[in-house]
Write a protein that binds this ligand. Structure first.
Ligand SMILES: C[S@@+](CC[C@H](N)C(=O)[O-])C[C@H]1O[C@@H](n2cnc3c(N)ncnc32)[C@H](O)[C@@H]1O
Length: 289
């Protein structure tokens, strides 16, 4: 089944509902790199700080995607650009292209004024590269690709289209590094209405099996990890930051927004710790010859 243009890739309006609250709002409770996805810890006690865990996560993806040995990197869902900046800083020859649907993120990256970074305010659905990429990374965007009411075969169809595009855009044997939240013990039927409508409208999580089916024959899964406790820890640290900044957040953005994000982060911490939702990281290699 081929998904229609209206039900794939997430709508720009839905993305902007979440990410365009204001850059200053996110600066108050994310780490200084403005990374908005799970960190990565390498000790079982998860005991170093958030910024170190975010750098480690970025480095894991640069390594897994092969960006550390290639030059041209595509970051699908680039956020405020932390991963692209790390890539270009490691070598003056390196180049990065980032895709985002958030206007604020787009403007933020433009102000970096880096000739090595190109940012496009567009969905992967319409992206047309000028040359093949050496590596592709996508962190925290996959959750937005399918519609909430989509049946499993419709979701798989959208995801397969995504993997197929990534394969076409990569050099032969090129690699894709993917990070996404996925359903664990939670079912689509009893998913959290609050998070879905208030925080992330128009989004839907994949099930792990849907990702394997959708990428089958296009990519070999070389590494698969479920780091749900890492995302639980990350959300816990974001929640602590948010609470520490409570007076400022309420003064600048109002109590309603503060309470909304406090509730969302509390639910996310519990969801990851209890295994209702998972945090998946994939290292995948293109099977194209
Ligand atoms: C949770 S943020 C993660 C940002 C960044 N990767 C990070 O780890 O900090 C999700 C990102 O995905 C982007 N996004 C969502 N759907 C997209 C789509 N269809 N095409 C391109 N980007 C998309 C959003 O604009 C946002 O930049």
């Amino acid at each position: 089944m081929v998904a229609s243009i209206s039900n794939r890739g997430g709508s720009a309006a839905a993305i902007q509902h979440h990410y365009d609250v204001s850059n200053e709002f996110y600066q108050l409770w994310l780490d200084s790199t403005l990374t908005y996805s799970s960190g990565l810890w390498d000790s079982p006690t998860l005991d170093d700080d958030l910024e170190a865990a975010q750098h480690r996560k970025i480095d894991w993806h640069l390594q897994a995607s092969g960006a550390t040995t290639g030059k041209r990197l595509l970051d699908i869902g680039c956020g405020w650009g932390a991963l692209m900046q790390r890539h270009i800083q490691s070598n003056p020859q390196n180049q990065a292209t980032g895709l985002t649907l958030s206007h604020n993120q787009y403007l933020h990256i433009r102000t970096l004024n880096s000739p090595q970074i190109q940012v496009c305010e567009e969905s992967w659905i319409v992206h047309q590269p000028t040359a093949p990429y050496d590596a592709i990374v996508s962190i925290g965007a996959f959750e937005h690709f399918a519609q909430p009411e989509a049946a499993s075969d419709e979701k798989i169809s959208v995801y397969r289209e995504f993997f197929s595009r990534c394969q076409q855009w990569l050099k032969p044997k090129g690699k894709l590094s993917l990070q996404t939240i996925a359903y664990g013990s939670l079912n689509a039927e009893d998913k959290n209405v609050f998070t879905q409508t208030e925080i992330f409208p128009d989004s839907e999580l994949p099930r792990p099996g849907e990702i394997f089916i959708a990428s089958d024959g296009l990519f070999e899964v070389k590494t698969y990890r479920n780091d749900r406790l890492h995302y639980g820890k990350t959300c816990d640290l974001w929640l602590k930051n948010l609470r520490r900044q409570k007076p400022l957040v309420i003064e600048q953005f109002g109590e309603e927004l503060y309470l909304k994000y406090e509730q969302y982060l509390k639910l996310a911490v519990a969801g990851f710790y209890f295994g209702q939702i998972l945090l998946l990281r994939f290292e995948m290699q293109s099977l194209a010859k």
